[in-house]
Design a protein around this ligand. Structure first.
Ligand SMILES: Cc1ncc(C[n+]2csc(CCOP(=O)(O)OP(=O)(O)O)c2C)c(N)n1
Ligand SMILES: [Mg+2]
Length: 551
């Protein structure tokens, strides 16, 4: 006997699988039961006939679950497999807990499918338990949202298949478009389930793939009409190329084609080749660097730079500004940009007229800088972590001090030799970092290193909870424990009464990270010197472990 809600859930999962969605992170709950039962079946070793093969992860905390999904989706995208990752929750506050990861995914263009269970209409607005306004709860942070009415007893199949096709279409975005819909992002399917919510023995459906491709065809038709004609970049000698998060290798090619200096953030994927400048942030802080910055006539921004104020000033003051691949929403790109494009066009890679004296002047300022290392501090830890990574390694870097330390100490790699560095730079939150790292490690399937601050680590302590039935990834979390959020001491707030700075900014803590890690069944190593850290980093990564660098 098939329950209507269960049949709908099975069709949705089968249709999503036909569209490439096979990664699920689920949190427990009763209203989402039909989805949970179907997912448990599809993920089991005794998968019923017709059920798609899926990868299921279960997390108690929906906030953590959503960040795990974000991490999986981020890592899949690195491998060129941009596919939405689904998060499944019950109704009520469970849904609200998805918001931080949804905001990050929206701003950094990561596709997520939020499958939230809801009460059917007749139970809404009458004070029923665990029932709230879930429709539209994610506001402008989702590419698309809809509420699927509860399945009816004699309903013909097909509705879930169309919903799945539309949801995936919007989540993937359209790289050819120049508007809001261009980048991948989150999509919200709020799904009403009417009782019974329990298991049934209904069959898995055959999905009508023909129906499921309807939306793709519309997309292809639309494309021809809006293909932009980008044109070449003006041959202005005093140009700098800024590569922010997610810029990709084409930022390097733009800089090299014109012999322009390349200022590439660590997560740009463009910190390679002869045009890239090491320690550009420090250089911009010197008198000679400021003089060069004042001479800049044109700025090309690829990806989304967020790390330093001197770079933001270069962008703000640019009289000619070209922007490509800036991120999820065009309204985030600087409003004074001459041109904003979804990605770097081929025309920008055509060689321009060179004036090498401009690039050499920048190189000289960088070469004259004193060493960036500190005696056993955050930068030394960052350098050791970066040096432990090979070209095929993946690392996730937390917000605040760690990403800036990495920017200060990471080398300019030979082309093709850089490790993959990822970060939640969409909104630069310190939340969900451990969960994101766990998602990345689950997806890449090899040992992954995460570098984060102590406050960042504590913010997502719950992310360490991986149940005994869940797959444990190979993840080494290196925590720079400097007794709180020390970034604030380098900002204008440090001018206040030190006691006030400590209490309301630094927020020192007395948490024993060893006890915390062990409570979650994770190995913990404390290191208090560079040789000890290097030893810890040389060990193969096996399971989840915490390396606490006491600086
Ligand atoms: C969710 C969220 N809340 C608050 C902030 C503001 N914030 C930025 S850095 C930081 C402190 C981080 O401390 P830690 O992780 O120890 O890194 P450190 O500054 O010591 O390098 C805070 C609270 C944020 N980025 N995200
Ligand atoms: Mg800290």
């Amino acid at each position: 006997m098939s329950h209507p809600g269960a049949a709908f859930a099975r069709e949705l999962i089968a249709a999503l699988a036909a569209k490439g969605v096979t990664d699920y992170v689920l949190s427990p709950g009763s209203r989402s039961g039909p989805l949970a039962h179907a997912l448990a079946q599809a993920a089991s070793s005794e998968r019923p006939a017709g059920a798609p093969a899926i990868d299921l992860h279960v997390r108690i905390d929906e906030r953590s679950a959503a960040f795990v999904a974000l991490g999986i989706a981020r890592a899949r995208a690195v491998g060129g497999k941009v596919r939405p990752v689904a998060v499944v929750t019950t109704s009520g506050t469970a849904v609200g807990n998805l918001l931080p990861a949804v905001m990050e995914a929206h701003h950094s263009g990561v596709p997520l499918l939020l499958l939230t269970a809801d009460r059917p209409t007749e139970l809404r607005g009458i004070g029923a338990n665990q029932t709230t306004d879930q429709e539209g709860i994610f506001g402008t942070f989702v590419r698309w949202e809809t509420t699927a009415p509860a399945a009816e007893p004699n309903e013909q199949g097909g509705r879930a298949t169309l919903l799945a096709a539309r949801a995936v279409h919007w989540a993937l975005g359209d790289p050819e478009r120049e508007d809001t819909a261009a980048a991948p992002g989150p999509v919200h399917l709020n799904i009403e389930f009417r009782e019974p919510l329990g298991p049934d023995d209904g069959p898995w459906p055959q999905v009508d793939n023909e129906r499921a491709t309807l939306v793709d065809r519309t997309r292809q038709r639309l494309r021809g009409a809006i293909t932009p004609r980008p044109g070449r970049l003006p041959d202005v000698a005093r140009t700098v190329v800024i590569a922010g998060d997610g810029a990709g290798d084409r930022a390097r090619l733009v800089a090299q084609a014109h012999h322009w200096p390349l200022l590439a953030e660590p997560t740009s994927g463009a910190r390679t080749g002869p045009s890239a400048l090491p320690r550009y942030v420090a250089a911009l802080g010197t008198a000679a660097g400021m003089e060069l910055a004042a001479q800049v006539e044109q700025v090309v921004v690829v990806g989304r730079p967020t790390l330093s104020r001197p770079i933001q000033r270069l962008i703000r003051d640019a009289s000619a500004l070209f922007v490509a691949g800036h991120g999820a929403r065009w309204r985030e790109a600087p409003r004074h940009a001459t041109r904003v494009l979804p990605s770097v066009p081929d025309e920008w890679l055509q060689p321009g007229v060179h004036d090498d004296s401009w690039l050499h002047a920048w190189e000289q300022v960088c070469d004259a800088l004193p060493s960036a290392d500190d005696a056993w501090g955050a930068r030394t830890v960052a350098r050791a972590v970066i040096e432990s990574l090979g070209p095929s390694d993946v690392a996730l870097v937390g917000s605040s001090g760690p990403i800036r330390s990495v920017d200060d100490v990471a080398p300019i790699w030979e082309v093709g030799q850089a490790p993959t560095l990822l970060a939640n730079r969409g909104l630069a939150g310190i939340d969900g970092t451990t969960s994101t790292a766990i998602g990345v490690a689950l997806a890449v399937g090899q040992g992954v290193t995460a570098l984060m601050g102590d406050v960042t680590f504590l913010h997502d302590a719950g992310g360490l909870l991986i149940g005994p039935h869940e797959r444990t990834p190979n993840l080494r979390i290196v925590v720079v424990n400097d007794g709180g959020g020390t970034i604030f001491s380098s900002l204008e707030h440090a001018a206040a009464d030190p006691a006030h700075v400590r209490r309301v900014f630094t927020t020192p803590h007395a948490v024993r990270l060893d006890a915390l890690a062990r409570a979650y069944g994770m190995a913990h190593t404390a290191v208090a010197s560079l040789p000890d850290l290097e030893t810890a980093l040389r060990r193969p990564i096996s399971g989840c472990e915490v390396v606490e660098a006491l600086v």
